[in-house]
Write a protein that binds this ligand. Structure first.
Ligand code: KG4
Ligand code: ZN
Length: 347
């Protein structure tokens, strides 16, 4: 087959995404977000997200086909997020994809959302030299992945033992009285702050922690430390230097993530490091990884920030990889799996 034309549908959390790719070429990436509906709750409300997917999916699909200038009947395959994510949200995308695939008589691929965060970079930078190390940082996951073959062989080297990096951003934003989602807001606030103003802890970097958790992460202690620091100032009636807190917190996160990533890349002996997931949009993480990885002799790949957060193109990108690898489509009766492990690229 020449480069496969693939439609990708994403509905695992609060973004309804439909993307269309031809091999590594991005043709359309339409996203409808329900984030505004969740903002006042300070986090995603699953029931609200599911309903929003239901109303956004068909219009988003139409827009994507229009933008790409393709008729749905022309696609070679349909890929949909099978997991991980919120069950009620996943089910909307999976049901829509199954209906579309059976109506159009196209092969359907239920694929892994987390692999999508890695594969989306191929749309920006072409084929991934493997083996590679991927640092996956999203709202629900923080993992170091050994990518031997993006369509078939991905193993997790380590992950967070408590909060995900994005979750820490969201929680710290909340305690600073900033809007949800917290990542982009803290990123902006930090631009005016001093990253060395407050020495926040770097989780699981002490010598005794490294024995058991060399490639593991922990962000809940950092979040608690920020909360305590802020609370003490509040009780004393002092003003909170939001920009300094944001910058110091962000520095602690980026420091740990990049230090462990370089260590893992050296351990595996790979040449390429790839960054993926919503937190990969973070300006400090992008800069510090580039700086440390380059000086350690690795090449770094980071998708453009707009492709880091959830979207349908990343799912289409995985679809294109599994089709190119000649893998069989998913059985039409497959279920969404909220806990799908990252090693399962295709269900
Ligand atoms: O990958 P994603 O879109 O959704 C999940 O699969 O979870 O990631 C969302 C997370 C949120 O926690 C959000 O605060 C964070 O990514 N995020 C950021 C930035 N943009 C989004 N975190 C730090 N800096 C950013 N610029
Ligand atoms: Zn995601």
């Amino acid at each position: 087959m020449s480069e496969p034309l693939v439609l990708g549908i994403e509905s695992s959390c609060d973004e309804t995404g439909v993307g269309i790719v031809r091999g590594h070429e991005l043709l359309a990436n339409e996203v409808a977000s329900s984030v505004d509906l969740h903002a006042r709750f300070g986090g995603v409300v699953p029931e609200v997200a599911s309903r929003a997917h239901l109303s956004a999916l068909i219009p988003t699909l139409r827009r994507a086909a229009e933008t790409a200038g393709v008729a749905l009947d022309d696609v070679d395959g349909i890929a949909v997020t099978a997991g991980p994510g919120l069950m009620g949200a996943l089910v909307v995308g999976v049901a829509a994809a199954k209906a579309l695939a059976s109506y159009l008589d196209k092969p359907l691929y239920g694929v892994n959302h987390l692999v999508g965060h890695v594969a989306v970079d191929l749309l920006d930078h072409g084929p991934l030299p493997t083996p590679a190390l991927a640092l996956l940082v999203s709202g629900g996951h923080t993992s170091l992945l050994h990518v031997e073959d993006i369509a078939t062989t991905i193993t997790e080297l380590g992950s967070t033992i408590d909060d995900a990096a994005g979750e820490a951003y969201d929680k710290v934003a909340r305690l600073l009285g900033l809007a949800y989602p917290g990542g982009p807001v803290i990123d902006r606030a930090a631009a005016d702050g001093d990253p060395s103003a407050i020495a926040f802890p770097r989780g699981l970097t002490a010598r005794h922690d490294l024995v058991k958790h060399r490639f593991g992460f922990s962000f809940s202690g950092l979040k608690t430390s920020v909360a305590r620091w802020v609370e003490q100032r509040r009780v004393a009636g002092e003003e909170i230097p939001v920009a300094d807190v944001a910058a110091s917190f962000q520095e602690a996160v980026a420091d740990v993530l990049t230090a462990k990533t370089i260590d893992a890349a050296e351990h595996l002996g790979v040449e390429t490091i790839l960054l993926g997931g919503g937190v990969a949009a973070n300006s400090r993480l992008r800069a510090l990884l580039e700086e440390r990885a380059t000086s350690a002799g690795f090449s770094v790949r980071r998708p453009r920030p707009a492709l880091c957060t959830d979207n349908g193109a990343m799912i289409a990108a995985v679809g294109a990889e599994v089709m190119r690898a000649g893998l069989p489509p998913s059985a039409l009766e497959f279920s969404a799996d909220p806990g799908l492990p990252v090693s399962t690229v295709l269900v």
